[in-house]
Design a protein around this ligand. Structure first.
Ligand SMILES: Cc1ncc(C[n+]2csc(CCOP(=O)(O)OP(=O)(O)O)c2C)c(N)n1
Length: 531
């Protein structure tokens, strides 16, 4: 058996049969005699390949795999690897390397310090010392990527390793292991938490993305219902997934992301339980008290770094879903009165062009029951969340790292992983440009993704930040004449430009019933849409 056969067997066994990538000469030996039961999805630029693999891994529940071209390919993919790290996406990033015999003289394409290159962005970075170690190294990387906190790992593989003989029995031991990483909470600390809950007069629950990622959606709903807890979503910039149905009567909204306003919002509660989130993904810098004097905060997270770096409160290290399931047995039903549901957002004001809030309201009218939103429209994030009120697990993907380019690429990966559900990528015209070649992949592989581009002819959110930061006179914030529909059309995605709510309603209805990928570009008024 050679290294290639051993590695493909391992990937097959782990359900890792979809590979994203952009190949070069150093990667071709890995792709030789590509097995028919595998699927290779070509990205035309590495940031897109990584973003697609990120979305695919998150939505499929497998470890994603993306293969990059030695040093320049890794370099191009780095911003997207940063996003995968922030998203806690289990991702195996592999890259080709020059032949071992040519590395010391540094022949062309040698990645001279391959393991250092992606270092701060990955959990582990490795180049096997011998060809025979390639299967074990890839197995180790795959286990590590999937252990909490999950994230990307990197393995550099020299050109001539793939045909090397490996010991079949040894490789079977190394690669057929099950390594499980869900950890339960310390029972003593959980009992303390139950006691605090019993004493609390006005507790609240903050739901983070790891609830959903750990399979704790149902348990979170039952827990909040049993205790009649008002529920907040963790601040939007760091909430790459949802932790709680946003149409639930107990759901209050999204916590404001800055320190001062978040502290102010939580001040009314005497106990705040944060599950599956950092405390907190703060941004931007609006100082203030972290927490009210009479508020106690307890965080349950499976990420030791999140537990250690929180600026206040206590932390319990555990899988948030497991902790919720145990807690459900330990807490008594509360006889507190359930809080009133919040007011739904009113009809958006009419304007010409229409506002992003009106776009969100129109999208809500046609939203498919099983729809999945991949969102990268910075100035309308809050309007989309508050009007779509997504209520099923696996319905929302957002780049928690804030690096643009995630949205369009990830949407393709999510749609490939969830062919039965309808994926809609809502994206600003500026954000489209960071992953523009993704249109080609959508067209070439007939990925039935729908893209809604909001054209406001500016970097709206940056103008808003400029105002907040008292920065006037900044260049580079206007985007006239960026023709997203025409660009997507030239890559092969059928596209349409519309103005006004009625035309948008019709265009979205048509796009959603069409079979292949479709794009709708809508003109919107400049500025922020907060609700
Ligand atoms: C890779 C990367 N480069 C730059 C930025 C900074 N940035 C944040 S939001 C934004 C503007 C996005 O514009 P658009 O998609 O049109 O959305 P709008 O702000 O108009 O809603 C930029 C450039 C970023 N987040 N990521």
């Amino acid at each position: 058996m050679n290294a290639r056969e051993a590695v493909y067997d391992m990937w097959r066994e782990r359900g890792m049969t979809t590979m994203f990538g952009n190949p070069g000469s150093t990667e071709l030996p890995m792709l030789k005699d590509f097995p028919e039961d595998f699927r290779y999805v070509l990205g035309l630029q590495e940031a897109v390949a990584v973003g697609m693999a990120d979305g695919f891994a998150q939505a499929s529940g497998t470890v994603g795999h993306v293969n990059l071209h030695t040093a320049p390919g890794v370099g191009n993919g780095m911003g997207a690897i940063f996003n995968a790290q922030a998203n806690k996406t289990p991702l195996l990033v592999t890259a080709g390397q020059q032949a071992r015999s040519l590395m010391t003289l540094q022949a062309n394409l040698t990645n001279r310090d391959a393991t250092r290159m992606p270092h701060p962005l990955v959990k582990w970075s490795y180049e096997p010392p011998r060809a025979q170690d390639v299967p074990h190294a890839l197995a180790r990387g795959t286990y590590l990527a999937s252990l909490p906190p999950r994230g990307p790992v990197f393995v550099s593989i020299p050109f001539d390793d793939w045909d090397a003989d490996v010991d079949e029995a040894e490789v079977a031991h190394q690669t057929r292991r099950h390594v499980s990483g869900r950890q339960g909470p310390d029972p003593k600390r959980l009992d303390d938490l139950v006691e605090k809950l019993r004493e609390a007069k006005n507790p609240a629950f903050v739901a983070g993305p790891d609830i959903e990622m750990c399979g704790g959606w149902e348990a979170a709903v039952k827990f909040a219902e049993k205790l009649k807890l008002p529920v907040w979503a963790t601040p939007a910039p760091g909430g790459g997934r949802l932790g709680f149905p946003e149409n639930h009567p107990l759901f209050r909204g999204i916590l404001p992301p800055a320190i001062g306003p978040a502290g102010e919002t939580l001040k009314e509660y005497d106990l705040v339980l944060v599950f599956g989130s950092s405390v907190f993904p703060y941004y931007p810098n609006i100082p203030g008290p972290l927490l009210g004097d009479d508020t106690t905060l307890i965080q349950v997270t499976n990420d030791p770094d999140e537990a250690a770096r929180a600026p206040m409160g206590d932390a319990i290290l555990a899988d948030p879903a497991l902790a919720l399931e145990v807690l459900l047995f330990k807490v008594d039903e509360s006889d507190r009165e359930a809080p009133d549901p919040p007011w739904p957002p009113g009809e958006p004001e009419e304007s010409d062009p229409i506002s992003a809030s009106a776009v969100a309201a129109t999208l809500a009218e046609v939203w498919p029951a099983d729809g999945i939103l991949v969102l990268e429209s910075p100035s309308s994030t809050l309007a989309m969340r508050s009007r779509l009120k997504l209520s099923k697990p696996g319905s929302y993907y957002f780049g928690a790292g804030g690096g643009l380019g995630f949205g369009l690429s990830a949407a393709i990966g999510v749609q490939l992983a969830q062919p039965e559900r309808q994926v809609v990528c809502v994206i600003g015209e500026g954000s489209v440009q960071y992953a523009v070649t993704a249109f080609w992949t959508a067209a070439a592989y007939n990925v039935p993704l729908k893209v809604l581009v909001l054209r406001n002819e500016e970097y709206a959110i940056l103008k808003w930040f400029a105002e907040m930061e008292s920065v006037s006179g900044s260049p580079g914030l206007d985007l006239p004449a960026l023709e997203s529909a025409a660009i997507a059309g030239s890559y092969g995605v059928e596209s349409q430009r519309v103005d006004g709510r009625d035309a948008l309603h019709q265009a979205l209805t048509d796009a959603l019933s069409a079979e292949g990928p479709r794009l709708v570009e809508v003109k919107v008024a400049p500025g922020m849409a907060l609700g």
